[in-house]
Write a protein that binds this ligand. Structure first.
Ligand code: ZN
Ligand code: ZN
Length: 69
């Protein structure tokens, strides 16, 4: 796989948010995950985590309500 921004360079890592190949110059590490340096992928990744936490909380509330009924 080649870097998404530099088609002549080999990709060093793959963005966890958008799945694009990135060379060392284009990637950035965020909370142990590789994301695009230029794109808004790092903030998108953070937002995704908040949503997954919210989903877990909502699911547990639904489960609790079902158990009470
Ligand atoms: Zn690159
Ligand atoms: Zn990305």
């Amino acid at each position: 796989m080649k870097c998404y921004n530099h088609h002549d360079r080999d990709a060093f890592g793959i963005c966890k948010s958008c799945g694009k190949g990135l060379c060392l110059e284009c990637l950035k590490e965020k909370n142990g995950a590789i994301v695009c340096k230029k794109n808004a992928c790092s903030s998108r990744l953070g937002r995704g985590r908040i949503w997954s936490i919210l989903t877990v909380v909502l699911l547990s509330i639904i489960v609790l309500l079902t158990v009470i009924d």
